[in-house]
Design a protein. Sequence first.
Length: 415
Amino acid sequence: MTEYITPEHVLSNLANLPQLVFEVTDACNLKCKYCAYGEFYGDFDKRENKMLSVSQAIRLFDYLNQYWNSERNTSPESFMYISFYGGEPLMNFNFIKEIVEYVETRLVCPRRKFLFSMTTNAILLHRYMDYLVEHDFHILISLDGNEKNDSYRVDHHGNSSFERVVKNVDLLREKHSGYFDKNISFNSVFHNRSTVEEVYRFFKDRYGKIPTISELNNSGIRPEKIEEFNYTYRNSEESLHQSEHYEEIEKDLFIGISSYKSLALYLHQYSGNYYRDYTDLLFDKEHIKYIPTGTCLPFSKKMFVTVNGKILPCERIGHQFGLGYVTGTSIELDPVGIARKYNEYYHKMESQCSHCKNRPSCIQCLFNLKDVDNKPVCYGFMNDTMMELFKQQQFQFIREHPEVYREIMEKIITL
């Protein structure tokens, strides 16, 4: 079997880890209809209102710090995000406070610099905003738009959360306007009660912000919920094209729109004019060996630790794909086993990927493919005809938006 990655790749990624994400708790004060840990999905560990312990987190810091302070760390003094996720992370605020104190005063790591971030529903924001501002948290607030757009975001009694959230967000902006402008962003989940125009207009007019618009995750859906999921799901690109102010919205959303992102991927990979850094000039792109699929290498972008201590490469994949554990006494993480596991997955995909004409710019995560442990089939496979159509679509888009070429090549560093 071909060895696509080695244990050394895993160790190197641990040493240069860009982001460490803690699932602070699996408890939540909302019960959103489409929640990734809700009724539509079945690929997550049981929700039991648990709280992640500080001792587990510190144990993981101590383990990772040996790599951060090693020669494998080739990005000394680079910034790394310590991120807090849920559930609703502010329901375990003591954990957040203790970890921030530990990182700022007790963690001896001269080769890394740390920043803090959080994803929150903002229900408890009024209680803790001063602390978050004091420690310069970057905060992603989950809010779907106006009251109708946000109507799937209800509490456990079925009551709307909209007024409470907006009140807290308005308070934050009023008390800390400079911080709000610099550190606050919004994520809007798109569904059948939304239009792109409504969502865009709400955030632009009320907060002067451009939200991230995220479609419902279509992986891991329970079979008995597929029909209801399909009823709730909406395609944001189709909604955008139906917008009255299409061109304004398209320009502001920019790389958040699939057509722009698709073009950026195409230009970066196929234009011959894109180099991430000076070392790219040394490589012959014609003879690069590509790893099957567009799956991130383990820990190349982040590490996600669940409330149960399970270690995953990302919070966006099913919990069945855990790579290790933070236990009560140790860290169970085997770089040899992780490399072997990934190589087995890559081996299953190679017969498809080797014939795919879009292999160099693939973005398909194998963990989102059905039956990945047996006979997965890639959703993004392209033969010659499909690739030619894709190429012509990119050329047509540039002809219609000639100004976009320079913007993508100059502003978009990575995707």
